[in-house]
Ligand binder design. Sequence first.
Ligand SMILES: [Zn+2]
Ligand SMILES: [Zn+2]
Length: 444
Amino acid sequence: MLKKFLLPAIAAAALTAPSSALADELRDAVASDMPQLMDLYRDLHEHPELSFEEVKTAAKLAARMRALGFEVTEGVGKTGVVAVMRNGEGPTVMLRADMDGLPVTEQTGLPYASKQVAVPASGVETGVMHACGHDTHMTAWIGTAQLLAERKGEWSGTLVMIGQPAEEIGLGAKAMLDDGLYTRFPKPEAVLAFHDAAQFPAGMIGYSPGFALANVDSVDIHVKGVGGHGAYPHTTKDPIVLASAMVMKFQTLVSRESSPLDPAVITVGSFHSGFKHNIISDEAKLQLTVRSYSDESRKLLLDGISRIAKGEAIAAGMPEDRMPVVTLEKDYTPSTYNSPEFTESVMAGFRERFGEARVMKVPSVMGGEDFSQFLRASPDDTKSLIFWVGGVPQAEFERAQAGEISLPSLHSPYWAPDAEKVIATATEAMTAATLDLMGLANVQ
Ligand SMILES: [Zn+2]
Ligand SMILES: [Zn+2]
């Protein structure tokens, strides 16, 4: 569900920072695991499955986790996997990977490119691809599980690792929570995840404390009119003119009613009305995506959309029984909040490990991520962090910086990350962060 990032000015030299002594043992262990992790990655990449259909994917993850000694439960929130390792007193930490691919026909030309096809909800057969890089997430998640299982003597507490379905449709995290993620299994004090990033060079870590990703709401508006002959508009109430007024006026919610310091987006992504040149239709249908960070800002935008829709209909002289119908999609993706102190403390560890230049604070984005649900379900007892791991191959990044090429975004059929660097970096980062949280030195 993530889209484009702003391209920060990053020196290519940033990624060649020397590793500290602290990093060496863990980094060596990651390096020796990489050949088998890349085998897993290529297998996952070649066999993506759509949201809530991650059956074979989940089975692969579950089998590996069982072999590592985790207690594994499958089918949590339809196709989710929960793997628990109890290892004495101490905090409960949850690590999440999302498992779904997208209805995108892969065009990367990679030898292990997906040839899978499926029929999504639209009913039109499509290729399926890990175009959001969730295959890198799952592989690093397995890599992290292996390292933590091997290092049971170095940490104490309860490790909960989840394979989450259906991130792309924003429903998987909630499905797992509704199916008892925090009641049937140990409830975490800290939840961690990463996402690959299509605008940062491979191996770079990016983070945003506080709001990192947006509230994502979908709104449908059924604008009613009074149809008739195109040559006699005075005998009609033209829904296209009325809906057009709404489209323009909605932008004033962003420009005049929201604080300039509070990001907001209203995009009318779909506008349908009419069938022929000379007929005024009796309805128009609009579909909007609405983005915000805070609950207050979200309310301001959604209330404003209803008010403006109705107000414009009144201004157009529509009768009471022909008012527009505004429908808000019930399941929205709430904004993702990175607990600020927790984020900074994890990043301090990353800076020490990876070097200052490889860890960068980056702007928040207006994309959405249902990782947000894990904090929302337990706001008082849990802290959460999702960070970016850059995936753009270094040579391509440099060509893009020079203006020679433009980079594919996440969800592009051409997105081919430097998976090895993403997975190695993320495995090391997730393992190190977990050891910091659960390391014996930190357990009282
Ligand atoms: Zn995505
Ligand atoms: Zn994604």
